[in-house]
Design a protein around this ligand. Sequence first.
Ligand code: ATP
Ligand code: MG
Length: 417
Amino acid sequence: MEIRFALPNLMLQALPVLEALVQQGFEAVFVGGCVRDTAMGLPIKDVDIATSARPEQVMSIFPRCIPTGLQHGTVTVLHDGGSYEVTTFRTESEYEKHRRPLQVEFIDRLDGDLLRRDLTINAMAMNAAGVLYDPFCGLDDLNKRTVRCVGDADARFQEDALRMLRTIRFASQFEFAIAHTTWRALIKHRELLGYIAMERVQAELDRMIGGAHPGKALHLLSASKLLSYTGTVLPAANKLAQDDTLYSGLDKLADPNTRYAALLMAGGITFHDAEETLKALRLPTQKMNDILSVLSVQFAMKKQNMESELRLVWTSAVLQYGEEASRRWLSIVAWNQKHHLHDQTHLFGKWLDEMPAMTLKQLKLNGKQLAEGLRRVPGTWTGQLLKRLLLEVALDKLPNEKDLLLKQAQIWNTEDR
Ligand code: ATP
Ligand code: MG
């Protein structure tokens, strides 16, 4: 029985590319994510095409193209404002240390190409008419909401260990179950993850944590203990994902960096271990610092529990680690009912919203004016005094007005001498 889908716009736009190949006598089909997402009725992100044409032939048909990955058979074809990855049918053989194929061999048949793919839901093809070609019953698995390896799961994971993370990523992304045989193989081969570059681990993890169902991903990661087998040790791995009840609500935190911070906070790990974990994951420096700043706020706030000091400690933390980190921390505290400061959330929010100044820039007195006002030579004292003034202003104890700031500085100046 023929199963046909209506092609979404992005694929319709790519049709001329497909048809040009077919006209030259080659086989050409849509493959991968765009087929899967179309079959699921989801919007597609990009369009991948597989063809029997060899890369040189593809390049000779399309004048505008980029030889993206010639040795793997991939040419990016530019057409009418769109760009499409056109990859020659291929098999892979002899994988290098459970990660990359040592050899790819171009082949004439689509079946062989689909066979080298990771999951049945990713191993379907569609022709120009939208007719599905599905030798591994991917549609069946889509309907059963199941993630399953193509063919022998043991072999698939041994060939390329990244597929284990992809399995969990897709299961969480779509809230699918993982087929028993696939899961068993994943557990069996989990230590092979050590062969995979940390950048690739990070890319997958990032999509899981930033995705629609991070709680589901963490549940599967914890159940499989997969993250305990990364090439560089993640000190947080064992503590991560122990608290399913908490993580199930992680999707309520919109910002990915806040999710990372919430996870590390919930794991109750040291700052050092958090830092080592993010470093091991090769996170971009900016992103890593953003996350660590949230943890710094947490450690500052953790040290105190006296009601009377709350505002002082909070305000100091805001000044030291910045508004963004503080707001992220606050959203975690508001979200996590078990946090010891959860009940004070609205108070922190109010103090933050009403803070008259948070940075030295916002202070209505600068270093030059301060030094002139006190008739002193500028030095390290200038910054220190300005910070002291800023704290008073932020605490709403002193108005942010130049004359009053200077007056207060003069009082401190004489006191300190
Ligand atoms: P996404 O929506 O995340 O892009 P996708 O299915 O398009 O999903 P890609 O990583 O873009 O995922 O890969 C495109 C296709 O290439 C996949 O659908 C799959 O068929 C195949 N593929 C990708 N990575 C692997 C791998 N490690 N092992 C086997 N096949 C893979
Ligand atoms: Mg894709």
